[in-house]
Every structure is written in structure tokens, then in C-alpha cells.
Write a new protein. Structure first.
Length: 267
């Protein structure tokens, strides 16, 4: 699907009320395979490879990666699919994009599900420090290539709990990561990294729609962020999934799918 000269890869599965699924940094739409099995019986599931990821284009123009620009692209994708309003489920970076969309286009979001995500960084000093770190990592990706970067990325503490997953699952995650391009990931870090995006903390109390916030019990940083977000939102639930790290939908897909189904059925 061509959106303002960028080709987006979009899959649609199932029938019913639409829900948009947005993957995390280094991922693609295939990360949601188990979640799709849970919800596609009653929902039209829209799987989008975010700009710079998967089978979507990875343009060299950094401005196209701005998170608000990416949210505008999502609106155009929904227009092309003749969808006026949808539920949104976003993981990590995809959660930040889903939240950005909900803030910019509140009338187009029915319910919002955020997995291991954040509204951004409150402090300008901390945002600046994060931008510097992301800039260094972006340069490293371009200089060293995908294999060296993925070797490094899968070894960071954020993903340590994934090392206990079955070998086949770990292999699939690695192949997803390696399927990306250096320029796509580099520009994604620079354009829509947590330090580059606006901090939405002060906008949370304007969100009226139902929000489900999930975090893995082993991912203490995002547990704290999730509870903080709940306090800022008017209509939010917080669910902590024990024995899971950052990627709950991969580490305990059965539990995650059940929680998502219950939220969609009861709100």
C-alpha cells in the first residue's frame, strides 16, 4: 500500500471489528502470529510493518520516520481500508506509535492496548541523553551491519528472559530482526526513538477511551512506567503478567491472548 511515496506492507486477517497491531523496534507483523490466532475469529486484524521495518519501505529521508508522521501514515492506511475507527494494540515502539495515533486522532480509536510501552521521557535532559545513545547505536548499525547489530541487540538485559524460550522461537525472533535493513533501523532510532518523540505524559489525562496497559513481571522498568501511566489516565487497567519480560506476546502468548480477548470482550 503506497502512502505518500512509501510502500507499506499490510496484512488483513479475519473478520469483525477492526484492530490494528503494531510491532516493536526490529520486529514486523509476523511477531503477532499467536495473538492473531486468539483474536481473528471475532476481529478483522490489520498487521502493519512500520516504516523502516519488515517488508515496508526503508526510505533514506529521515523526516518520514518522525513518529507523528508515522501516525499520519496510519490514518491514511485506515482510509485506504475504509476503516473509520479501530482498536489498537502496540508493543514497545508500536505502543508509542499507537499512543501517538490516539492523541492525534482520538475519534479514530475505539480502545487502546499498550504492551511494555511508554508515553516518552518526561525530562528534556534525559531525552537529550537518550537521543545521543540512539544516535550512537544508529551509527553502529550502519557501520557494522545487521548480523553484528542483532548479535548485540539480542544480548541486552531487556531481552534476557527470551533466552529461556524454545530454540525455534528464538530462531524466529532472530530471523525477524535480521530481515530488516540497516538504514531502516538506523532511521527508525533517529526519527521515532523514545528520545526523539514528544513526551505525551501531559496529554494522557485528555484520553477518554478505555486503555489496557500490560507489562511483564520481570520487566521492572516497564512495570513502573505502566503503573504511572495508569495513574495519569482516566479509564485504564493495568495487568502485570508474571514470569515474563519485555515481549509478553512472545514469552507467554496464551496468557497474553487471553488477557487481550477479555479486554476486547468486556469493554
Amino acid at each position: 500500500m503506497n502512502i505518500k511515496s512509501v510502500q507499506y506492507h499490510v496484512d488483513v486477517v479475519g473478520a469483525g471489528d477492526p484492530i490494528v497491531l503494531l510491532h516493536g523496534f526490529t520486529g514486523d507483523g509476523t511477531t503477532w502470529s499467536e495473538t492473531v490466532r486468539h483474536i481473528s475469529h471475532h476481529h478483522k486484524v490489520i498487521l502493519i510493518d512500520i516504516i523502516g521495518h519488515g517488508k515496508s519501505d526503508a526510505p533514506t529521508n529521515l523526516e518520514r520516520y518522525d513518529i507523528q508522521c508515522a501516525a499520519e501514515d496510519l490514518a491514511e492506511i485506515l482510509n485506504n481500508l475504509n476503516i473509520k475507527k479501530a482498536d489498537f494494540l502496540g508493543y514497545s515502539m508500536g505502543g508509542r506509535l499507537a499512543l501517538t495515533f490516539a492523541i492525534l486522532f482520538p475519534t479514530r480509536v475505539n480502545r487502546l492496548i499498550l504492551e511494555s510501552s511508554t508515553p516518552g521521557i518526561k525530562s528534556e535532559m534525559e531525552r537529550s541523553e537518550r537521543r545521543q545513545k540512539d544516535s550512537a547505536l544508529a551509527r553502529r548499525i550502519l557501520d557494522e551491519g545487521m548480523v553484528a547489530f542483532v548479535d548485540y541487540w539480542e544480548d541486552i538485559p531487556l531481552f534476557s528472559s527470551q533466552k529461556r524460550l524454545p530454540e525455534e522461537v528464538q530462531k524466529n525472533i532472530r530471523m525477524q530482526r535480521l530481515g530488516n535493513s540497516p538504514i531502516g533501523l538506523s532511521n527508525s532510532l533517529l526519527g521515532m526513538g523514545t528520545g526523539s518523540q514528544p513526551s505525551w505524559w501531559e496529554r494522557l489525562n485528555a484520553i477518554e477511551l478505555p486503555v489496557l496497559i500490560t507489562a511483564g513481571g520481570l520487566d521492572r522498568k516497564f512495570c513502573l512506567i505502566g503503573k504511572d501511566m495508569q495513574d495519569h489516565l482516566k479509564n485504564a487497567q493495568y495487568k502485570e503478567i508474571p514470569h515474563c519480560g519485555h515481549a509478553i506476546h512472545v514469552e507467554d502468548p496464551q496468557k497474553f491472548g487471553t488477557i487481550i480477548e477479555e479486554f476486547l470482550n468486556n469493554t
